[in-house]
Design a binder for this molecule. Structure first.
Ligand code: WT7
Length: 640
């Protein structure tokens, strides 16, 4: 169904027709979906000028995305397993949910939300662990036209509160707690802390997962199981316009607070399903497993929407790769005979470090496709994944994309596109990348490097930043007129294949999580002794990037530096979450600044990398002598 590419020449043909006639190309794909009313016009767009960006796909089309997951495929799919849920603890029983059962649960919870007072267009904050109810909650929102705003359950109370307030969510869906490896995360307690700052939240729906004793606030908190008790499962989906908001998802940028990236219904649906089917070459009966958390875009598009629209059977895993031991992923692959496996380089690197024996213990013959996403994968990790996990016979799809792009943009199609270690290879049909120089001129030809931009809209792209359209323009469309700025640099080799080099802005990628350095600095600066700080990324074997914080304190009084470090880590933990905790903290007597007062991060990055052999021109610094002092006190051996 819908253009599934089967060989490389088909890819080339489809790519060229998608560029010559994008509207016709996407029309044909969208026709495979169920629309209550067909769209009148395929595309209107503007990346530049008054009010831009303005991007509308499938204009005036009416639909509901859950009707495309459930009603559209009901007869063929109702008895097929939709979700195989594998709990954190291998001793606990797994759960299988068919499409019919999932449909019933989604409709029932949709009714429960309506009963709670949620209306079409409201935003619902979801802060849940990786349990099936997370999928049920998100689809129930979509069913009634409420906008889900899912917040990764590893975020702190402050981060949760910021996101609830920014999106004015009146409802929060959470759980008593969550299991992750040997830890129990007290989600309700964190949520309670967050809610004390969020008077906007009228109701909190609480799922029982860990059975921990949690206080329930009278009039506000209600147990999930109590709420659904008296609710039936007859529910007709709300009719949505193609351009009605489906969800918002917060992500970090180089400045300011996280942005609520907003995706709409029609285009996102078409793009998520199309890219899932083509990249992973999913076929009927396959078992597909994406190890991401639904709190990130990968989970939205390639655990939930893409695969479920395609009628796939997915594995959903509550736990972590290294618990109870480093064989956990491979044990699950063997147990369910997983065919497509999609994970992040950071997981691959950490498992590689534990040794190949863990992989060899299990039978992984079922695997057909291996995927990676989230950060550049180095050749070592790529080769280990390919040779040891894939036994030299599974293509690797290195998928480059972003929260903002909604779906995969540059990637091999499994088994179709020739692959090369550390290359994301070629753009998917409909995607028009451009490499540009710092002045914004497109760099033509091959064997070149530049800033990666996109020239033409695709259906799955973000439409705006929630509540701040100007910020959307300023962040993504203002640097180079008429181009979407990705924030990454890339190389195009002699064959026209793309290799993603990494971010060009102050965004770092820690264990596949995207974090703005400014966000961490703002939090570190909250420490009463810290006057100023500068955070940079440095190469880290497992995490990809580690976090190195330089802090300037005018007066330490009697504070021991070790204690200060501890406190700074604790503050970051509380205000953002454990993923943003600095690995290294160096107290400096001054930060290297130019005469105009700008911190020269380039120097701090170099020192953090342990390489001061080529610091470049430091003569514009107010106090060049500080550089040597920082090198001496560095938390790493620095070559000079
Ligand atoms: C940033 C987007 C897309 C889902 C996960 C991350 C980096 C993503 C790759 C890849 C090299 C990659 C980029 C991008 N990135 N995929 N295959 N190779 N880098 O989504 O949190 O929005 O982060 O992740 O730097 O801009 P995100």
């Amino acid at each position: 169904m819908g253009k599934i590419i089967k060989n490389f020449s088909e890819y080339q043909q489809q790519y060229s027709s998608s560029i010559k006639n994008p509207e016709g190309f996407w029309d044909e794909i969208a026709e495979n979906h169920f629309w209550r009313t067909k769209w009148e016009k395929t595309l209107e767009w503007r990346f530049d000028g008054e009010g831009s960006p303005e991007v509308k796909w499938f204009i005036n089309g009416k639909l509901n995305i859950t009707e495309n997951i459930f009603e559209r495929n009901y007869h063929e799919k109702k008895n097929q397993v939709a979700i195989i849920w594998e709990p954190n603890n291998p001793e606990e029983e797994a759960i299988r949910i068919t499409y019919h059962e999932l449909f019933e649960k989604v409709k029932q919870f949709a009714n429960a939300l309506l009963k709670t007072g949620v209306k079409k267009g409201d935003t619902v904050a979801i802060y849940l662990p990786m349990v099936p109810e997370l999928v049920i909650a998100m689809l129930a929102c979509a069913r009634i036209g409420a906008i889900h705003s899912i917040i990764f359950a590893g975020f702190s109370a402050t981060s949760l509160a910021d996101r609830i307030l920014d999106a004015s969510s009146k409802i929060l869906i959470t759980a008593d707690g969550g299991f992750r490896g040997s830890k129990e995360i007290p989600l309700k307690k964190i949520a309670d802390d967050a809610l004390s700052d969020c008077p906007v939240v009228e109701k909190a729906i609480v799922l029982k997962r860990t059975d921990e004793d949690v206080p329930m606030k009278e009039g506000r908190d209600i147990w999930w199981h109590d709420l659904i008790k008296s609710v039936g499962s007859d529910n007709e989906a709300a009719e949505m316009d193609s351009e009605d908001t489906l969800f918002i998802l917060y992500t970090s940028g180089s400045t300011g607070k996280p942005k609520g990236i907003l995706h709409t219904t029609g285009g996102y649906m078409v793009y998520a399903e199309y890219t899932f089917k083509n990249v992973f070459q999913y076929s009927e009966g396959d078992i597909y497993w994406c190890t991401a958390d639904i709190g990130w875009i990968t989970g939205h598009s390639y655990i939930a929407y893409g695969p479920l629209l395609a009628g796939a059977t997915i594995v959903m895993f509550e736990g972590i790769p290294t618990w109870p031991d480093a064989g956990r992923f491979w044990q699950i692959v063997e147990k369910y005979k997983v065919n497509q496996f999609y994970t992040a380089p950071t997981a691959i690197r950490s498992l590689m470090a534990k040794g190949s024996e863990w992989v060899k213990k299990y039978n992984l013959d079922s695997l057909k496709v291996l995927g990676t996403v989230g950060e550049p994968i180095d050749e070592d990790a790529w080769n280990w994944y390919h040779d040891i996990v894939g036994n030299n016979r599974c293509p690797i799809v290195d998928t480059w994309w972003q929260t903002e792009t909604g779906g995969i943009m540059i990637s091999p199609l499994a088994g179709i596109t020739p692959i090369k270690p550390s290359y994301a290879t070629l753009p998917l049909p409909g995607i028009q990348p451009a490499l540009v120089d710092p002045e914004g001129n497109e760099i033509m030809g091959n064997n070149v490097e530049g800033i990666l931009c996109v020239k033409f809209p695709w259906p799955g792209m973000m439409r705006t930043i929630y509540g701040d359209h100007k910020r959307c323009f300023d962040t993504y469309f203002s640097l180079f007129k008429g181009l979407y700025l990705t924030g990454d640099a890339a190389k195009r080799d002699a064959d026209g294949f793309y290799r993603i080099i990494g971010r060009i802005d102050d965004v770092i990628n820690v264990s596949g999580h995207r974090i703005g350095t400014a966000e961490i600095e703002d939090v570190i600066n909250l420490h009463p002794l810290v006057n100023e700080s500068a955070v940079v990324g440095y190469p880290h074997d497992i995490k990809g990037s580690g976090i190195y914080a330089y802090v300037f304190c005018a007066n330490l009084f009697d504070k021991e530096p070790e204690l200060l470090e501890k406190e700074i880590k604790a503050i970051v933990n509380v205000f953002i979450g454990p993923i943003a905790k600095p690995d290294k903290i160096q107290v400096v007597s001054e930060l290297p600044k130019t005469r105009s007062g700008k911190i020269m991060r380039r120097i701090l990055r170099k020192i953090g990398e342990g390489d001061a052999t080529n610091l470049g021109d430091i003569s514009t610094l107010l106090n060049p002598a500080i550089v040597d002092e920082i090198i001496k006190g560095a938390k790493v051996v620095v070559r000079k």
